[in-house]
Ligand binder design. Sequence first.
Ligand SMILES: [Zn+2]
Ligand SMILES: [Zn+2]
Length: 346
Amino acid sequence: MSFRRNRMTTAGWEQSLELIEEHQLPDPPAGWVRLRIECCGVCHRDLIDRSGRVPFVNFPVTPGHEACGYVDALGEGVDRWSLGDRVATLHRDACGSCSACETGEPSLCIGATQIFGITIDGGYSSHLLAPQSALFAVPESLDARLAATLACTYGTAWRALSRHGAPTAGDVVVVVGAHGGVGRCVVELAKRLGAEVVAVVRRDSDDGLRALGADHLIVNHDGRFHKQMPCAPAKVVVDCVGAATINASLRCLGVGGRLVLVGNIDERRSELQLGRMIVYGLQVVGSSGANHAELKTLLEWHAKEPFNPIFGSSYGLNEADQAMRDLRAGSCSGRLIIDPSLDQSN
Ligand SMILES: [Zn+2]
Ligand SMILES: [Zn+2]
């Protein structure tokens, strides 16, 4: 069996990914495992990693942080996984000994440095070496595409909604950037909680949001979408956009409401209306990757009543560069997937 992986040698789009093939599989170091990859999601973060906006990308690197597969080799001292286990990647490892790790919050670990696709190789590959702490278990019955993307899509959405107290039936939840991958998941999960869901979008198109659970759609033409709130003020606003929308998002909140910021890193600075935040007693929190308990909750939920993810095209490893360019062009709907079994050289 050969080891095939895409290499990104430098930031930017002038140079294509290079698919290289070696005839020996790499051995996992102590505390790491090797996966045979079933598939890997193509995420907007991969585009940011490639754009040059992330200063600590360890070039050359294999992109991709949304992989699932089977453990096919164990490094020394691995105690969480056995050969044949089916697993998927979290964004990064966890030290296991800081106060965040000890309270079950590896997403807040201060000792983690191994980030797939940035500091260590990611999943646009036939095999992946992964720290054992950077994986979670997925059941055999789960669609590989959902297994691969679950943490970065539904996981991010669920943590954003629930970490500081999930909304309950009748609460108004506003999702800003609802057409995006995480935004769609927030709409779907908020509706399952019984919330009244307001989806704020950029283009005048439903794109299945009402079927997923949006009760109201607001098209944000001029940045003042809070003026179009069709119902009571929100208990929770999940903003997946950033600086362009944050103040309108704040104005959608009722007294005691919470604004949760998720999604891709926006380096622009924002000015906030502090008086409103104080008088209304608002919370503003950032939210990143899901922890194991949150993912377990999602897997149980999905087993009872399946989620409705939308997948776009699947690409072979030798088409990974095209997959990134197609996502960048913005013309695809649904999550794009890289599937090594489709590789024409296979
Ligand atoms: Zn992702
Ligand atoms: Zn830690």
